[in-house]
Design a binder for this molecule. Structure first.
Ligand SMILES: Nc1ncnc2c1ncn2[C@@H]1O[C@H](COP(=O)(O)OP(=O)(O)OP(=O)(O)O)[C@@H](O)[C@H]1O
Ligand SMILES: [Mg+2]
Length: 393
């Protein structure tokens, strides 16, 4: 049985690393329990960096914490307004409490109270009529009523995934949720792509950014130790019998640059039960790992030259989302490539001499691996597959 599934977020029991995020979440849960303290956490990163996995971990830490805690996940599948967001949260809380009502008397009481909050009217936007006789309720009022219905419970974690899909009013609502004077402690956890961070850096959204101050986590590449943990942590819950040698772990880390999605693709491709997996096994598995990643990544940058990919890899490895041209050149990139990367949509020019990274690093690493371009001391070695550049310029 293969314990690695690159196409799914990591289950909480095999979630690896991210120690700072876990410690912060636990501290907030404790302060929620002891001091009725509400808090907000922002997790951000490019595609495949582990945002959903991190939210699932926060949900599981919440549900494992002491007291009548509850976690709900709200994945945003499309552009969402403040009313859409509040409606989804209230509806999710409803369903989650309903699932709990058999647990203990307190949940049953909470459900009864929640049922008097009329969610059905929330679909049509702010200011809709709550009923024929009540024209005062809007989504925000219903949200507050919902919190009141949950009074007396322990922390309620509200985990919003793909929050870059919120419109401006929706983003503003995050602050309202984070700072609601609530009779039940709320832990708001928001996961979003890098565009969200850029929005929060603007003047318009600085009050929202403040709600997350001190608790903003960039899902960077894994360290070598985290890569090892990600490989090993998946073995235990699935009773898998393979093991990873040090050489194999290092090879996966080097080839993937510690990028979580690629770590999982390589692990999935190389894994065998009842086998001590070696560096050689990892090398042999590269074509299969690339095949696994291809449906998502193959179409991205298929026209880029090898030089473009090398330049993109250097930028990706700098782990910076915003760069000046002088900083790009300091990375050892010829200025010609700046214009080329802009054309390819990798960089976006936002002001003279100022660029933002607009494509996920995993795309650079995929092509580097596919074309065997490795450099910077992380070169794929010639063993097995050769190092010749396969494509492009
Ligand atoms: N901390 C972690 N421990 C173990 N595996 C992880 C971790 N973070 C991410 N992964 C793995 O990396 C891959 C991508 O994770 P995930 O789906 O959470 O990323 P994402 O940032 O939500 O991606 P997307 O932007 O596509 O929504 C998955 O295969 C997941 O199992
Ligand atoms: Mg995700």
């Amino acid at each position: 049985m293969n314990p690695y599934d690159p196409q799914r977020p990591s289950p909480p029991e095999s979630f690896a690393g991210r120690a700072r995020l876990i410690a912060q979440t636990q501290e907030y849960l404790e302060r929620g329990r002891v001091q009725q303290f509400s808090a907000a956490v922002l997790v951000h990163g490019h595609r495949g960096s582990g945002k959903t996995s991190a939210l699932r971990k926060i949900e599981s830490l919440t549900e494992a914490a002491k007291g009548d805690t509850l976690a709900v996940e709200i994945p945003l599948h499309q552009t969402s307004s403040d009313a859409d967001l509040l409606r989804s949260i209230v509806q999710e809380l409803h369903s989650a409490v309903r699932r709990r009502k058999e647990d203990r008397g307190r949940w049953r009481t909470a459900l009864e109270r929640l049922q008097s909050v009329n969610v059905s009217v929330l679909g049509t936007g702010v200011g809709v009529e709550r009923s024929a006789t009540d024209t005062s309720s809007n989504p925000l009022t219903l949200w507050r009523e919902c919190l009141e219905a949950l009074e007396g419970m322990a922390t309620i974690a509200i985990c919003i995934d793909d929050a870059e899909r919120l419109n401006a009013a929706g983003v503003g609502t995050l602050k309202t949720i984070a700072e609601s004077r609530s009779p039940v402690p709320v832990l708001l956890a928001v996961a979003a792509g890098p565009e969200m961070v850029r929005r929060l850096a603007t003047h318009e959204f600085s009050p929202v950014a403040r709600a997350f101050s001190g608790a903003t986590f960039d899902m960077e590449a894994f360290s070598l130790t985290e890569t090892r943990e990600a490989l090993e942590a998946a073995l235990r819950p699935s009773h898998a019998t393979g093991t990873w040698s040090d050489g194999a772990v290092r090879r996966i880390h080097d080839l993937s640059h510690g990028y979580p999605y690629l770590v999982k693709c390589l692990a999935h491709a190389a894994y065998r039960d009842e086998t001590r997996l070696t560096e050689h096994d990892v090398e042999r598995a590269v074509p299969l790992a690339l095949e696994t990643a291809a449906p998502w990544l193959e179409r991205e940058l298929s026209t880029a030259s090898d030089g473009d990919i090398r330049a993109f890899v250097r930028i990706a490895r700098s782990e910076r989302d915003s760069l000046r041209s002088s900083e790009i050149i300091e990375l050892g990139i010829n200025s010609v490539y700046i214009g080329r990367l802009v054309k390819l949509g990798v960089l976006k020019k936002v002001a003279p001499g100022h660029y933002e990274l607009h494509k996920a690093p995993v795309i650079a690493y995929y092509h580097e691996l596919k074309r065997r371009l490795g450099g910077d001391g992380r070169a794929p070695r010639s063993r097995g597959l050769g190092t010749d550049a396969g494509a492009g310029s």
